[in-house]
Design a protein around this ligand. Structure first.
Ligand SMILES: [Zn+2]
Length: 171
């Protein structure tokens, strides 16, 4: 297993529509393991493949009830099949590290996906888990959390992140 570098905004990999996984082969299994490792190293609660530069529909989610390095779940080709309620709460992103914002999300949802064995599954989630799922599935569609904000707030965060990226490139 290895920790992969996390792409940060405005990396173009974050803007792509990720491709569905056609075959659960060795490369995808390896990617899932590395994504789990990378999420823990970064102390994140979720990670999507485009964040490590892989344009495929794979996400990993941290499961707090387990306490070791196996405590994550992989969802392949996840799709939201129903959503209800609305809740505003603070969110951040490993690809936009210094920014957090209040984002409106569905409160509960049902997601279908393939698990890491390739079996079709369904999951009902609420509150934090539902929020993490929406955030990560957005990544698969090239959407970052601040793009869900009002235009003024969105542009403010975008501009600051672009400046930070420029400053980092100069260093
Ligand atoms: Zn994110």
């Amino acid at each position: 297993m290895s920790v992969l570098p996390i792409r940060v905004y405005p990396d173009p990999a974050l803007k792509e529509q990720a491709a569905p996984v056609e075959q659960l082969d060795y490369n995808i299994k390896k990617l899932i393991e590395n994504m789990g490792e990378t999420m823990f190293a970064a102390q994140g609660v979720g990670l999507a493949a485009p964040q490590v530069g892989e344009s495929c529909r794979v996400i990993v989610i941290y499961l707090p009830e387990k306490k070791d390095f196996s405590s994550y779940m992989a969802l392949i080709n996840p799709e939201i099949i129903s959503a209800e309620g609305e809740v505003v709460a603070e969110e951040g992103c490993l690809s936009a590290r210094n920014y957090r914002a209040q984002v409106k999300r569905a409160q509960a949802l049902k997601v279908c996906y393939l698990n890491d064995k390739g079996a079709p599954c369904e999951l009902t989630a609420r509150d934090l888990l539902a929020r993490v799922l929406q955030h990560e599935i957005d990544h698969l569609n090239g959407i970052l959390f601040f793009e869900r904000l009002s235009r003024i707030k969105r542009d403010l965060i975008r501009n600051r992140l672009r400046k930070l990226a420029k400053a980092a490139a100069v260093d």
